[in-house]
Design a protein around this ligand. Structure first.
Ligand code: 8DG
Length: 140
């Protein structure tokens, strides 16, 4: 089983950053959350700091754990671990993807996300509803 840490990065409009896997990779053309395989001796949070620097030249801080999803591909099982992730410094660059977009979770259905992401998006919808209603309350 491969553990994969994925970054849920939101902007002020509550849109989430997704990026497209380039030609030549498995699932080429699929959209995904930035992130990657957790290496030996590394926490998922450390993995996100490393991967976001490598993939997008972003300095990030992994925050709260949101949800995990296991999915069986024909080449093996992946477990996606999703964390709320904050940009500390930088603008996202396309170093390993061929496109990126900020999109609302409701609009994500229009993008062909990787199959493992589909059940995760359900959890994220619940998470963002709770988050935005909480923010609404604290704003008075
Ligand atoms: N980053 C990311 N990976 C995902 C998502 N959904 C999903 O099934 N995956 C899979 C694709 C890959 O098999 C794995 C992530 O590994 P990776 O990005 O480090 O590796 P890769 O396959 O792109 O390339 P490689 O390093 O194995 O050559 O998890 C997602 O939303 N984000």
């Amino acid at each position: 089983m491969t553990r994969v840490a994925v970054a849920i990065i939101t902007n002020k409009k509550h849109q989430v950053l997704i990026a497209r896997r380039p030609a030549g990779k498995v699932m080429e053309g699929c959209w995904e959350f930035p992130g990657g395989k957790v290496e030996l001796g590394e926490t998922p949070e450390e993995c996100l700091v490393r991967e976001l620097k490598e993939e997008m030249d972003l300095t990030v801080m992994a925050g709260r754990f949101i949800s995990e999803i296991s999915y069986d591909y024909d080449w093996g099982e992946v477990k996606l671990l999703a964390f709320e992730t904050h940009i500390v410094e930088g603008e996202p660059q396309l170093l390993e993807h061929d496109a990126m977009v900020w999109v609302s979770l409701e609009g994500m259905g229009d993008y062909g996300m990787t199959p493992a992401d589909e059940p995760l998006i359900e959890d994220l919808l619940q998470w963002i509803r709770e988050k935005t209603s909480f923010e609404g309350e604290t704003k008075g």
